[in-house]
Design a protein around this ligand. Sequence first.
Ligand code: ADP
Ligand code: MG
Length: 292
Amino acid sequence: ATPTSIMVGIGRGAEMGILFRKGEALQLLKDARVVAVDKTGTLTEGRPALTDLEVAPGFDRNQVLTQVAAVESRSEHPIARAIVEAAAQEGITLPAVTEFESVTGKGVCATVEGISVKVGSDRYMRELGIDVTGFAKTAERLGNEGKTPLYTAVDGQLASIVAVADPIKSSTPAAISALHQLGLKVAMITGDNARTAQAIARQLGIDDVVAEVLPEGKVEVVRRLKATYGRVAFIGDGINDAPALAEADVGLAIGTGTDIAMESADVVLMSGNLQAVPNAIALSKATITNIR
Ligand code: ADP
Ligand code: MG
């Protein structure tokens, strides 16, 4: 590739809202075999809302919501914001919280008015020795609907199942189709629960799903995809995505995401619209073909 043609390609990209931080990325993208995509905030809006709350026998719905929202008011996770907003809409005032702790990729816990409250994934509950099988049917249904089920333990007792749903961006289905039309496989990497991830992948026609990945595990998944498919492009927006963006042959960060993701990426997409990904690959193909 001549420096001039690369410069022209980079200029075109900029007009399309695709910023190449490295010229090499423009040359590498055309040979991508698989596009691996973070789910939350990349395929979806990253703005979940609380959709369901079911309490175990003997627990009061409003009291549990109050306790859960109180703990979540100390968390920065989008799930936390969804729960706090739901409590606010019901006019609930949140009590003070002590001993707050965040267990990355699993959940949160704290003491609320002297009572231990823990909120998180089924894996988190399993690790705490809390049996969630009482909600198995509900969890299965929620997961199949593409919602994320979470559990609450109050004083060590299973108290509720809560679900949040994060809408798929309206631009995502067409972007996935365009990637398929370019002959690429699309893989989803997420920390979310497996059933939920499968439901969303099914809706979008995604080829490969790796779910329940801990934040530090995404890099390992990118390595495995490289070994399986060949050249990998990874798209992400979060702090968790930074190492995977660096590990991929081409890392593309969503410009509306975190600064750390953008700093780790080879390409920054100005908008959250994933159509920019097939556009960037098509631009790479066009640029490199012109040189031959
Ligand atoms: P992702 O961003 O892909 O959803 P995370 O690693 O941030 O992945 O979270 C993985 C899972 O950990 C969530 O689906 C949820 O079950 C649990 N979790 C993380 N943070 C919280 C929180 N603040 N409250 C409840 N559950 C949480
Ligand atoms: Mg994300």
